[in-house]
Design a protein around this ligand. Structure first.
Ligand code: ASP
Ligand code: MG
Length: 313
């Protein structure tokens, strides 16, 4: 097993006392405020985050399991609130959560500059809307947030020499399969480095994604989902899509992914009773802060990062 090192206390102490961290904290805080305002103005209800639960996002890549046994019941730490936000729409048709996610990524991911073992995701979900609708909403959210922060944090951004471009709508779209054929496995990062504005990658193949994103009725093996990317090589910003909500289809999708009904039994009990038809997305707040401030690495932009390959205070 690869070792992880302990991060230095002196280094952290100095970082927290720096002028840089003061500017970063302000920008990060204004980003959160703008996101919050954006969704509440659009009549979304904010719900409390779920931090431990018997079921969480299975993710599409291996991570360390973070779970505890509570009087014989299994509680795992939330990797994303995908299932809870979908089920919350039994009550009201537009919700968002500032959701702490714990993803104990393997050490190799420490080198990407955009992964943390714990982060906050603004997770949103809406009832009876299409992917187009949530993509349009995400574009408005991005434009609103960058505009707000450019105004409220003018001097702070100047301190970092960062001038934000406010993109026009709609953002450019690329097909996952076409671009992968053209550029190979790193196609997304190649595009992210070439592009000057945020863009979308759409129609992701079924095996590249978790079982919960909806498969096209008329395009087998392709999902009605999307990722948004930042330009300038900052990489992935958003994941989202329409969701499977019909019990039988969910079972089929679980089995196509080689997963078991047992793994998702708590969710399936809800699905059997009937789930709303929903679409949504999640955006990482630290990644957005990194993009807005233009920093090299995500752990530089927040005071207490859970760094992938370092044991942190
Ligand atoms: N919650 C999902 C994730 O963490 C994003 C989404 O599809 O809404 O990837
Ligand atoms: Mg993703």
């Amino acid at each position: 097993m690869e070792a992880i090192e302990k991060s230095g206390i002196d280094e952290l102490y100095n970082k927290l006392k720096s002028k840089e961290m003061q500017h970063l904290m302000k920008i990060h805080s204004e980003i959160r405020k703008a996101l919050h305002l954006f969704f509440t103005k659009k009549m979304f209800y904010e719900i409390s985050p779920v931090i431990v639960a018997p079921i969480t996002d299975p993710l599409n890549h291996p991570v360390y399991k973070a779970s505890v046994d509570y009087y014989g019941f299994p509680y795992g730490l939330t990797q994303s609130m995908i299932f809870h936000k979908q089920i919350a729409l039994l009550s009201y048709d537009k919700v968002f959560i500032f959701s702490p996610n714990v993803r104990l990524e393997p050490v190799e991911r420490g080198s990407t500059g955009r992964h943390l073992a714990e982060f906050t995701q603004v997770d949103i979900e809406m009832k009876d809307v299409t992917r187009e609708h949530v993509m349009d909403l995400a574009e408005d959210m991005f434009i609103y947030t960058t505009k707000e922060v450019s105004e409220t944090c003018k001097e702070d951004l100047e301190y970092f020499g960062r001038k934000l471009q406010i993109p026009g709508k709609p953002f450019r779209r690329y097909s996952y399969i076409d671009e992968k054929n053209r550029y190979g496995n790193d196609f997304d990062m190649i595009l992210s480095k070439k592009e000057k504005n945020p863009f979308w990658i759409v129609d992701i193949p079924l095996m590249e994604r978790e079982f919960y994103d909806r498969e096209y009725e008329n395009k087998e093996g392709i999902l009605v989902d999307m990722d948004m990317y930042y330009p300038e090589g900052f990489g992935e910003a958003i994941s989202g899509g329409e969701r499977e909500y019909e019990y039988d289809k969910i079972l089929t999708r679980i089995s196509k992914k080689g997963q078991t009904e047992e793994q998702f039994k708590y969710y399936l009990e809800f699905a059997k009773k009937g789930l709303p038809r929903t679409a949504g997305f999640g955006i990482g707040v630290e990644r957005l802060t990194r993009y807005i401030t233009g920093f090299d690495r995500i752990e530089e932009v927040v005071p207490f990062p859970r760094i992938i390959n370092k044991f942190s205070f």
